[in-house]
Ligand binder design. Sequence first.
Ligand SMILES: Nc1nc2c(ncn2[C@@H]2O[C@H](COP(=O)(O)OP(=O)(O)OP(=O)(O)O)[C@@H](O)[C@H]2O)c(=O)[nH]1
Ligand SMILES: [Mg+2]
Length: 398
Amino acid sequence: MEVGIVGKPNVGKSTFFRAATLAEAEVANYPFTTIKANVGVGYTRAPCPHTELGTPCSPRNSECAEGIRLVPMRMIDVAGLVPGASEGKGLGNQFLDDLRQASVLIHVVDASGTTDIEGKACDEHDPCEDVRFLEEEIVAWFANILKKSWTRFSRRVQFEHLKFEVVVAEQFTGLGVNEDHVRQALRLSGVDAEKPAQWSDDDIHTFCSALRAIAKPIIIAANKADNPKAAENLEVLKKTFPDTLVVPTCAEAELALRNAARGGVVDYVPGAEDFKINEDAKLNDKQRHGLELIRDRVIRPLKGTGIQKVLDTAVKDLLKLIVVYPVEDENKWADGKGNVLPDAYLVPQGITARQLAYRIHTDIGEKFVCAVDGRSKRRMGESHVLDDGAVISIMAKK
Ligand SMILES: Nc1nc2c(ncn2[C@@H]2O[C@H](COP(=O)(O)OP(=O)(O)OP(=O)(O)O)[C@@H](O)[C@H]2O)c(=O)[nH]1
Ligand SMILES: [Mg+2]
């Protein structure tokens, strides 16, 4: 699972990335601070079933903090995008290649409206413009790939009777686009898959726009929400893009809180709606005041900093993934070595018991006999659809 952080320069992408991953990345108040992409690990949260069991867990592929399982995902913070990037403007389109593996994009927008379309400081700017241009750049990136060998490819579909989705998915190899994405994009755009040779530029654009929405869905982080001008822009963004998820964020506050928590100054769990200043911490007046400001301007009005909310919403509502816990022993919820709830798997909603078995190991998928629900101890057949948070033991032929 990979998450891409995108947006025009100077909006707070690297601050968001650092806050989410605690990895180092340069942050500065001018455009194009980031040139080479930063890669790190962020987390999505799920309730950990160990709290029901009353036994501590021993996670292997994830972490557990106060009853919350943190499931890792790769995050990538790329260079700022400007209009025309897909034709080489700004830092050009190399950053787009950095986004190939991303299955979801977090578009960081400056909701305070104090940076212009190229990321330079200004008094007023409409962030809706940024949302439109960024989407168009990604669509243009898709369209350029498709157009590169359009003639040859459309002929193969029309005259050699090859399946459109097979040929298109081939074109996009390495971009995380599969045949199912193409089929969905065809349905959504209503273009004629039988006669691509007759497609106009508009048809290509309509199709690529649908493919972008399916293969690289976007969630908007309306950042710099601590700025007094942000509230109004946030409402405009939500109204203008009613079908897009928009979450207000303050990356700077999240970074400050995570650093303070790491230094033992505050008790703060990412995603929490409050934090506690540690009484033993030696803070000067300025530091204490800074933390109180974060509480008054960000945490209270926004019910948190929004950073973790963006990640959790992207996984749950946009990608429609759930977390399941495969175990070997359905009574102790442990693996063969006695590790309790060792693995947390991010899987698509609607996954069946047998599909999960295949994800664990091809061999287990092939020799699947049945699965057992760790809670009810009921047996389930191969086509049983798994619930979010399921604890599952899979029986396979020896
Ligand atoms: N007020 C406020 N400022 C922020 C916030 N997040 C980031 N900033 C500031 O915005 C400026 C740009 O931050 P970066 O994280 O470097 O932005 P970027 O989008 O990675 O910029 P490029 O790498 O140049 O594209 C810095 O001065 C940050 O401190 C926020 O939530 N609120
Ligand atoms: Mg940056």
